[in-house]
Design a protein around this ligand. Structure first.
Ligand code: MRU
Length: 363
């Protein structure tokens, strides 16, 4: 995307073919810092510490991580172990294990080290490019939903609520939930976005608000608790969120708090859409609540908040120092609360039948 007149992506491979550059998303929105990843340990740390985050982006990072593993591992056993560790760095987003498996499979066929490296580079670059194209198409399909609401409202602003950051920072370009918003904005549709702050790490307040601001899209940051009230008062026309893993039956794992938004949308008869590329479907699982692994992160992410002080970034303690905290990072929204999915192949109902209608090869 264009940021301050420059083309910027959250990840790219340098010309040397073994250095991966990433935006350090922990530092946004107040500092734009680019880091180099050249070892497997750095790749894993970047994923675990959420330098890079968001399902498609950690998939692409994992894909380039396999390339780095190939350059740095001493032998085949070390390479396989590196791939296993990268795939396990975060458990909920299915894209990570999927991308690592895809690049390691492409490498198996290569007869020489040089050919294996070329195969890994080709496959990782293909995943990267495919995610961009999938998100672009999600934008086109989703923008039609926004256009229909705009027409029904006689061109008055369409109010969209989103949770977490499912923007280009979480993907490579466009985003998933934000892609329809960017396309609709380009088409001249009047819209406004309610941005959930998304505690504990504030991906909405820090990242989605930054993205939308840079794109000149009108938005307002609200607390995670405000959505129900806004919906009750007719101030939300549509919700669009992303997902980290969606079962073949349509159960949606996404950032903690998504389920509560879906419940409020259901109670207020407001459409609740989930935007996702096909790489985020888990075709093996049927029951999201029982089967999707939910990441538990450090309690310190709940206990401390980070923000800009008078001169520098500050991290401050909120609850009493002795109070324990818990930090489940995702929740599961059952398919019955989801109006539909916006995918690269079009929009479908949140059911196995609807999903397989768009992806018949997965029957
Ligand atoms: O913990 P995070 O920031 O990686 O969680 C990200 C989300 O929950 C996003 O909504 C999801 O990955 C979709 S990204 C297009």
């Amino acid at each position: 995307m264009i940021v301050d007149g420059k083309q910027l992506r959250p990840i790219w491979l340098e010309a040397d073919g073994r250095t991966v550059k990433v935006i350090d998303q922990r530092r946004l929105p107040h500092e734009l810092v680019i880091l180099d990843l050249t070892t497997v340990d750095q790749v894993i740390e970047a994923i675990v510490e959420m330098v890079v985050r968001g399902a498609p982006l950690i998939g692409v990072t994992g894909a380039y991580g396999v390339l780095i593993a190939l350059h740095t591992a001493e032998n085949e056993a070390a390479f396989m172990e590196a791939c296993r560790r990268i795939a396990a760095a975060r458990p909920t987003a299915v894209n990570l294990a999927w991308a690592v498996a895809r690049v390691s499979a492409a490498v198996q066929a290569g007869p020489s080290p040089g050919e294996r490296q070329a195969a890994a580079r080709r496959e990782a670059a293909a995943i990267d490019a495919e995610e961009v194209e999938r998100c672009r198409r999600i934008g086109e399909h989703g923008a039609r939903l926004i256009a229909a609401i705009s027409q029904a409202k006689n061109g008055t602003p369409v109010n969209i609520l989103t949770h977490c950051n499912a923007g280009w920072l979480a993907c490579v370009e466009w985003g998933t939930a934000t892609a329809p918003i960017y396309v609709a904005h380009e088409q001249g549709i009047d819209l406004h976005v309610w941005v959930d702050e998304t505690r504990p790490l504030n991906q909405g307040a820090r990242l989605t608000a930054w993205e939308l601001g840079k794109a000149g899209i009108r938005h307002t940051v609200v607390t995670d608790n405000a959505g129900g009230h806004l919906m009750q008062h007719g101030r939300v026309d549509l919700l669009i969120v992303g997902t980290d893993r969606t079962t073949r039956t349509g159960d949606v794992a996404n950032k903690i708090g998504t389920y509560l938004k879906a419940l409020a949308a259901w109670d207020n008869h407001i459409p609740f859409y989930v935007a996702l590329p096909s790489s985020t479907f888990d075709w093996e699982r049927r029951d999201g609540l029982r089967e999707i692994p939910i990441e538990e992160r450090s309690a310190d992410e709940v206990r401390f908040v980070q923000g800009l002080g008078p001169n520098q970034t500050l991290r401050v303690l909120v609850p009493p120092a002795a109070s324990p905290a818990a930090n489940p990072a995702f929740d599961v929204t059952p398919a019955r609360l989801v109006t539909g999915f916006i995918t690269e192949r079009g929009v479908c109902s949140a059911s196995e039948e609807g999903i397989l209608g768009l992806f018949p090869e997965k029957k």
